[in-house]
Design a protein around this ligand. Structure first.
Ligand code: KIV
Ligand code: ZN
Length: 514
């Protein structure tokens, strides 16, 4: 007998991108989308097309690129123009879905939408009908269902189904529910809504009280067959249900849930690293499944147990989520073939001319660092792949620091017209001095609001990866990253990367205005 499937609806590129400072450009979204396809998600929610030209472009390009590998979904409110723009963004998609909906809780109706219950029902019905005029697959969301009157929720969902919805999404938008209550809400829908057996019931849980995963699983136990989630659980406020958590819970506890997903769990770690690298949102070390400590055993008793028999203290084989899969270590003596092979195993493919550059960068790294690990390759390739239009390129950085002394830096940048610009600065420390020197050249107002450095791998010669966030004058936040065996160079690269993003956005905004 076939085990029933639960569809995995990934919203990293939409709800996940709503995490403060996590905005991604289209190339970065495409890179994540490719990894989501390798992971085997059923649906990619690629953006909210009416919200910005960038979101429109991402939905459209992802829709084209993934072909029929999975459904590509665009979000809209229950507003005709939103739905029309979403349909337009999805027109090149082989398997398009419009996700439309409206608030259902009295709180949202009274304070946000300022409409009556009847008006909300009318708008829900009209939105689904309009969306069905464009695509066969329409998902309806009843926003803030977790705080709604269940009887009214049943009515709204029944109307959406009659209007043609193929999937009905029950979001706990504010993360207010708890598993018993949320499971009962889904069970109530299954019992009380006409036509519910003909559609897929979806759960979309937020993590404000730390119960998003538990609530989503309670929904599945009560009959939901789609989970909306994000890689690393990123998302609005405290985030969404984490994909890796629900997938591994359903897999490890099939005895309880009796369902399975289409996810290739061995791709989880790579997806997690990619999303963290691109968004700059660091994964907490003790995060379930993907945290750095998720499979680390510290106490002597535990270490002894695991050495005798892994299952004494581990319920998941780390290899099942893609941890520690390869023992290949590349060095400066590794040839082009070995590098290309390893990169392909990691999912990176390059045309010959691009590969020449990658190989040169690899040799440069291998000269500074004896052994090059998968994480180093991911940092190296990721940095190159994600180098958006470079308004400025870091050519050279040099610092003098120590105690006593005045930390001083000299920086050389090359601009888009190949001019070499040199300036110096001094500051409270070498990084501050470097940033001041860069600011004297770039002259774009910004505040540095976050700076973090982590080691890409272990060892004294490991690369440092710097992630920073800067806030522009208009309040928008831009993330920058840089990796190097010298953390001052990594810091300079990260800052130039963030400023490039800021400048590219400013340029785009100006050209859209013209
Ligand atoms: O949390 C929420 O309610 C949402 C909807 C737009 C589905 O993200
Ligand atoms: Zn949400």
């Amino acid at each position: 007998m076939n085990t029933e499937k639960v569809q995995i609806f990934d919203t990293t590129l939409r709800d996940g991108e709503q995490s403060p400072g996590a905005s991604m450009n289209t190339e970065e979204k495409l890179e994540i989308a490719r990894q989501l396809v390798r992971l085997g998600v059923d649906v990619i929610e690629a953006g909210f097309p009416i919200s910005s030209p960038g979101d429109f472009e991402s939905v459209s390009r992802i829709g084209t690129e993934v072909g029929d590998a999975c459904v590509v979904c665009g979000l809209s409110r229950a507003i005709p123009e939103d739905i029309e723009v979403a349909a337009d963004a999805l027109k090149t998609s082989k398997r398009p879905r419009i996700h439309t909906g409206i608030g259902v809780s009295d709180n949202h109706l009274e304070y946000k939408l300022r409409i009556s219950r009847d008006e909300a029902l009318e708008r829900a019905e009209a939105a689904v009908k309009l969306a069905r005029g464009y695509v066969e697959d329409v998902e309806f969301y009843a926003e803030d269902a977790g705080r709604a009157d269940p009887e009214f929720l049943y009515r709204m969902i029944e109307i959406a189904i009659k209007a043609g919805a193929t999937v009905v999404n029950i979001p706990d938008t504010t993360g207010y529910a708890y598993p018993e209550k949320f499971g009962a809400l889904i069970a109530g829908l299954m019992e009380n809504v006409d036509g519910i057996e003909d559609v897929t019931v979806s759960v979309h849980c937020h993590n404000d009280l730390g119960m998003a995963t538990a609530n989503a699983l309670a929904g599945v136990a009560a009959g939901a067959r789609q989970i909306e989630c994000t890689i690393n659980g990123i998302g609005e406020r405290a985030g969404n249900t984490a994909l890796e958590e629900v997938v591994m819970a359903l897999r490890q506890r099939q005895d309880v849930f009796g369902v399975e997903t289409n996810i290739n769990s061995r791709e989880i770690t790579r997806a997690s690293r990619l999303v963290s690298g691109i968004t700059g949102i660091v994964v907490q070390p003790n995060k379930a499944i993907v945290g750095a400590n998720a499979f680390a055993h510290s106490s002597g008793i535990h270490q002894d147990g695991v050495l005798k028999e892994r299952s004494t203290y581990e319920i998941i084989d780390p290899q099942d989520v893609g941890v520690g899969g390869s023992s290949i270590v590349l060095t400066a003596r590794s040839g082009r073939h070995a590098l290309r092979h390893r990169l392909e195993e990691l999912g990176f493919e390059f045309a010959d001319e691009q590969f020449d550059d990658v190989y040169a960068a690899f040799l440069d790294l291998a000269d500074r660092k004896k052994e090059v690990y998968d994480e180093d390759l991911e940092a190296l390739v990721g940095e190159r792949e994600r180098t958006l239009e470079e308004v400025y390129h870091l050519e050279r950085v040099q610092v003098v620091c120590g105690e006593p002394g005045i930390p001083t830096a000299t920086v050389e940048l090359v601009d888009a017209e190949s001019r070499h610009l040199v300036d110096s600065g001094h500051g409270t420390g070498p990084v501050d001095a470097v940033y001041r020197a860069i600011n004297r050249i770039v002259e774009v107002p910004n505040d540095l609001i976050e700076f973090s450095v982590k080691s890409v791998t272990r060892g004294i010669d490991a690369q440092g990866e710097v992630t920073i966030r800067v806030r522009a004058d208009d309040g928008r936040v831009f993330t920058g990253r840089g990796a190097h065996t010298d953390i001052i160079v990594a810091s300079a690269k990260a800052y130039v990367n963030a400023l490039n993003r800021l400048l590219v956005e400013v340029k785009q905004a100006v050209s859209e205005e013209l």
